[in-house]
Design a protein around this ligand. Structure first.
Ligand code: GLP
Length: 261
């Protein structure tokens, strides 16, 4: 794991977008794993800007989103399908046929989960997976006690997650109770992971995810097992980390980050 501390939320989002743009330019057929949530909005804004101003080309890449609420059709304004169209897909030259999200309105949810895993396999696996983190430490919707080898499946959302995500719904009771999510094992199979977390509200969970013991109670801790995972935080999000000086030293000296500093 590598931790990169950026001076501000904007700088953290810009660096995340820069990594995506770099990998996409190196491989136009990139298989990109996408995440939703407020944190990702500025990453997508920056990617759209790079598409418009710097001709960043999405036409040949494929995308797979981490998750979708059960019961919401793609047309629902609260669905992650809608979120992705709003923030990215309708604003860049992506081929919609190559964008994928689990179908939360499928009549056979288990079959849909197996199908989604199959699609990822067929695409050759995910090259770069973007991740946010929930306050309880979930990646995707891998709620506490998600098996560290889990695959795409239906998960019941915890009261904490439903409360946290309620701001995007008209009322708390309308937040779906379940979601389809890539499993922790599915995420660990991605060739590269980039987790972005900003703001004071994420400081405590980031410290646990990065410096705490690996536990299925906090699915983000499983990323410590990933051979190529970068955690990007702003100063506020880094607030709980003990080894900040060490992380800064690595970022300042690691040749891989030349051009990103
Ligand atoms: C939702 C998503 C997660 C995301 C989290 C963080 O729960 N399913 O994938 O990491 O939100 O959201 P935010 O960026 O709004 O804090």
């Amino acid at each position: 794991m590598e931790v990169i501390i950026q001076p501000s939320e904007a700088a953290a989002a810009t660096l995340t977008a820069k990594i995506v743009a770099h990998d996409l330019r190196a491989n136009p057929r990139l298989v990109l794993g996408l995440a939703t949530g407020r944190t990702m909005e500025s990453v997508y804004r920056e990617l759209v800007r790079r598409h418009k101003e710097e001709q960043l080309d999405f036409s040949r890449c494929a995308t797979f989103n981490l998750d979708e609420y059960v019961g919401l059709p793609a047309s629902d304004p609260h669905s992650y399908h809608h979120y992705m169209r709003e923030h990215l897909f309708s604003r860049v030259n992506i081929d919609l046929l190559r964008t994928h999200l689990p179908d939360g309105a499928a009549s056979d949810l288990d079959a849909e989960c197996r199908h989604y895993e199959g699609l990822i396999q067929e695409a050759g696996g995910i090259d770069l997976q973007l991740l946010g983190i929930g306050r309880a430490g979930h990646i995707g919707f891998n709620e506490p006690l998600s098996a560290l080898r889990s695959r795409t499946r239906v998960k019941a959302l915890t009261p904490t997650t439903r409360e946290q995500n309620a701001t995007s719904f008209p009322s708390n009771s309308e937040v779906p109770r379940r979601a389809i999510t890539m499993g922790v094992g599915t995420i660990l199979d991605c060739r590269r992971c980039v987790l972005l977390a900003t703001g004071e509200g994420k400081a405590e969970i980031i410290a646990k995810a990065v410096e705490g013991p690996i536990t299925s109670m906090i699915s983000a801790t499983a990323l410590q097992l990933h051979p190529r995972c970068t955690v990007i935080v702003d100063e506020a999000g880094a607030g709980g980390l003990k080894e900040k000086d060490y992380y800064r030293w690595i970022f300042a000296n690691e040749p891989e980050w030349e051009g990103f500093r």
